[in-house]
Design a protein around this ligand. Sequence first.
Ligand code: ASP
Length: 582
Amino acid sequence: MSWRDLRCGEPRPEHEGRAFTLAGWAARRRDHGGLVFVDLRDETGVTQLVVNPEHSPAAAAVAHGVRNEFVLQATGRIVRRTQETVNPKMPTGEVELQVDELRVLSTSTPLPFQLDEENVDEALRQQYRWLDLRRETMQRNIRIRAQLVRIIREEMEREGFVDIETPILWKPTPEGARDFLVPARLQRGKFYALPQSPQIAKQLLVISGFERYYQIARCFRDEDPRADRLQELTQLDVEMAFPDREFLFALMERIVQRIWRECIGVELSAPFERVPYDDAMLRYGIDRPDRRFAMEIQEATDDTRGSEFGVFANAPCVRYISVPRELSRTEVQTLETQAKSWGAKGLAYIVFRADGEVGSPIAKFLDDDLLARWREPGHTLLFVADTPQVAAKVLGLLRLQLGRELGLVDESRWDFLWVVDMPAAEYEEETGRWHAAHHPFTRPTDESVELFKTDPGAARAVAYDLVANGIELAGGSFRIHEPELQQRVFEYLGIGEEEQREKFGFLLRALEMGAPPHGGIASGIDRLLMALVGEERIRDTQAFPKNQVGYDYMTEAPIELAQEQLDELGISVEVEEPSSAG
Ligand code: ASP
């Protein structure tokens, strides 16, 4: 027996007069006392069923009992709709199925939310994910996700990259987050770490003679809750021997171009512009600039050096953004509170009113010449006087926020760029230590090897990021293939000899046995999809997401273990506070 011989998206006038069986979900039912209309949905579309009690009393009796999301099988004839009832919005809207027989294959309890309801609570959507996934946007997200992974595979295979799986139960692979750990029952007291990325494994594969490796890889990062972070993510992971940056960039550009063209019909022009990291930080205050609007950060340090305004004169650096609005005092105060929460000591401002007046508590301390140079009627200048790092961070965040709030972002534009000449090391305030900006296997530029020791902040790496509309879509680097250099870099990063041996001994030994120069890149599929379809919630790029603290509303994982299981693992658990799903 076959369940159906036509899909719900298929009926057209050419089917008129012929009998068919359709099966799918009741998306909507309109009961007019006599006639009952049911929109029958499957993954291909929707067809209207008409059940007429005079024509088929048995089917009508069934139809009266149908509720949303019942699964139905309907047999009948395709008939043309009358002129007035044609629905031009539906591809099947010129016809309908005149039902002879209707069967309920499966019923549904009342729904916790309707599929077309907006702003449904995210927790409720995740709890009933099987239902949520039936919604149009979720169907679109998950299907486009599959499509883009297929395109990636095709392009990678075409270039001779070999798809190789790497272990999930492994040793820590550092990418800057905490590790998820798994107890090893057969080796009591020991733990595996889930990979934060296949970084070390892919380097070993290239050393093993797989000169071009790729994988659509799962990565696990025990991150603190942040809106745009996932604890479990998927990435296109790439590594090659004898790497060529131009080749890697062109490959990624081709992939991205094809994805944008085939999934959403957008033609991106390549090659993408390359922006040096320092330039990005200076002009946008962030290493993933969104250039769909201007309002670039301006330098005012030299101009204000001799100023009577002590805050400017004495600060290591003074920068500003020019906001194309006359902001009120209250608005500036709100922004200042925010700026302070991001680390600024304060926010100085000058309003150049459209009528020529200057509104500012600091204008009187500044040269007329300077004010004349800065003057832009209808603009407010917001200043941060601090270290270059704080000025960049605070103005960068203000720029993004105001750009969005004031509607300055050109939403029709796609802004792709490569950030290049990345720093090798980053200073961590909390620990007072330098750590690898990318990961500790990243190659410093030749000139930076010495600098790494003397002035780590100035050391550069052969590393690059791909950015689209302010979202980091990919990142990679060339790696260190010389064991001595790797050991030195570990040392500069404060990883002593013993720790090196313990954590990375196997990698160091592999580097000693004919490791070719190598390098690669990785691109987060979840982020890529988010940018592609303009999905604001990264969790809605995955079929079964967890919430920000890793709780799964559907399965209620993570779970507590029975004492026996804990005993078997030799683990005892101390719970200080009742855990919450946050
Ligand atoms: N392993 C890096 C990451 O996961 C990417 C790379 O360097 O290839 O971010």
